[in-house]
Design a protein around this ligand. Sequence first.
Ligand code: SAM
Length: 231
Amino acid sequence: PPLYKQRYEFVKDLVRKYKPKKVADLGCADCTLLWMLKFCNCIEVLAGLDICAAVMKEKMHRLTPLPADYLEPSERSLTVTLLQGSVAHKDPCMLGFDLVTCIELIEHLQESELEKFPEVVFGFMAPSMVVISTPNSEFNTLLPGVTVFRHPDHKFEWDRAQFQSWAQDTAKRYDYSVEFTGVGNPPAGMEDVGFCTQIGVFVKKYSQTREPVQCEKPTEAAYKTVFKAVY
Ligand code: SAM
C-alpha cells in the first residue's frame, strides 16, 4: 500500500489496541485519517485541526452522518469537529484528549511554531498518548529525484538521530516515555537507512514524584469551528 495509507493504518492499529475515546488529529489536511477513524467504535469524540480551512473543507462532506446513521443509530455517540487554527496556539477545546496524532505535520512548521509545539501539545493538551510522524531524511537517497527535501513546503527533514534527540528531550521535559518505529520498509540490502517515515509514540507517565510542568491554562478560544457533526 502507498506510504500515506501505511501511516493511517499505523494509527488505526494503535486505536484498536488502546481504544482511546477522544482523538485529535493535528494538521488533519483533507480529513482522510479522521474519516477512517470514524469507523472505530471506541471513539466518541474526533477533532481535526488545520491552519488551512480550505483543505479541511475539500472532502469534509465525508464526515457528515449518512441517512443510515439516523435510521439505525448506534449505541455510541460520536461528535466530529473540525477546527481552523495553529498548533502554536492553545485552545481549551483541545483539553481532555486520550490520543493526539501529528502525521507529517512537524516538518511543515516554521521555526517559531516548532518551538511552541511541545508546550502546546505535551504541556497544555497533555493527552495520554501522542503519535508524531515525519520523513526520515536518511531514506532520501533511495527516492528518485529528491535533491533537498521531499516536498517544497518542508521546512526541514530530520535523520533518525535528530528526530530521536528532539523527541527524547520533549518526552523528558513533559514526563512522557517515547518509543520509535516507522513505516515504509527499505529495500533488501539497504536496511541501514531505516524506515521511509519515522514515527515516535509518546506515552504519558503517571509519576507521583514529579511536579507537572507549569503551564497556563487559557480559557479563551483560539481556534475557529468550521464543521461539527453529532452522530
Ligand atoms: N496529516 C495529514 C496527512 O498525513 O495526510 C496531512 C499532512 S500535510 C503534509 C501537513 C498539514 O499541516 C497541512 O494540511 C497544513 O495546512 C498543516 N499545517 C501546517 N502548519 C500548521 C500549523 N501551524 N497548525 C496546524 N496545521 C498546520
